[in-house]
Ligand binder design. Sequence first.
Ligand code: ADP
Ligand code: MG
Length: 348
Amino acid sequence: MNGPLLKVENLTKHYPLGAGLLKRTIPVVRAVEDVSFSVEAGETLCIVGESGCGKSTVARLLMRLTDPTGGRVLIDGTDIAGLTKYELRAYRRRMQMVFQDPYSSLNPRLTAGQIITEPVENFERLSRKQRQAFATEFLQKVGMSPHMKDRFPSELSGGQRQRLGIARALALNPSLIIADEAVSALDVSVQAQILNLLMDLQQQMGIAFVFISHDLGVVEHIGHRVAIMYLGRIVELAPCEALFAKPIHPYTEALIAAAPVPDPTRARLEVPIEGEVPSPINPPSGCAFHPRCPIAVERCRLEVPPLVSMADGRVVACHMRAPATDASPQALAVVPPLPSVAEPQPSS
Ligand code: ADP
Ligand code: MG
């Protein structure tokens, strides 16, 4: 297949707040603003940002659990907005979700074995023997004993429940798994086990992941690329190694500084992150990060910085660190081009 597995173009989601019958303008929550990225087959793209910045809304848009206000989601080049009910079913089989709280997403009245086989049986009939084999296979894939198949979710530990949630997703043989805060509720040691499991599964089965977390520290070892979101927008998207080695956006820098550093050889950046994420109902003008940014200037208050492509394959939206030039065509629509030194002067 040519092109990326998943492509997101200028995705936007505004939630209207109530019906402002007499008001001319209804206030809206700007949950997601003009988000674009792609995910290759077998790749892990991490989406990181503080709570409320629109990560789960992106996940819901990818699954078409909610419709976008603007932009589109393409799977193998096909816009999912145009899928028939039947095609959408097949699409949802290829895209599976793993949630933060497996307890609330696992039916408490089903055994582990039934939880694994039930979604499969929505698509195909299984004999009793096949059902047993399926449950055994996928429990083992996620490092659980086949004996666990008769346990109910309430009889499992938090880590085991999360493994079961992953087994349920895997059983449908998806091309892509969206994991929304999948390890955030777990103890650090269990977190590491689940992250290792996901990486092993990716190697074995070639599954792509969209891995969502509010904690930048968690994604360092599993991500191929990382998208940093702030108030609905991607502010930096970079290969994982490059991002951690040299964050460019001041928000990325602040997130790295705030994350616990397990590696003592790496210097902590002394960038304080102050204040709270502003409301997406009335986001700050210009660059939404400017009220918290240590290097903001007047321009940051006035103009939304465009995403500018950098030499190392990353994109950054920051007037100070990634100034738009004539060379970045996306920039032109938003910011007037800076005077270019290289511009040939017409001779008189
Ligand atoms: P995150 O997952 O990064 O914490 P969310 O995508 O859940 O962020 O939310 C982004 C913003 O959209 C938040 O301000 C949230 O309150 C708002 N929001 C999410 N879902 C709805 C909804 N159904 N109606 C109105 N506002 C919503
Ligand atoms: Mg969320």
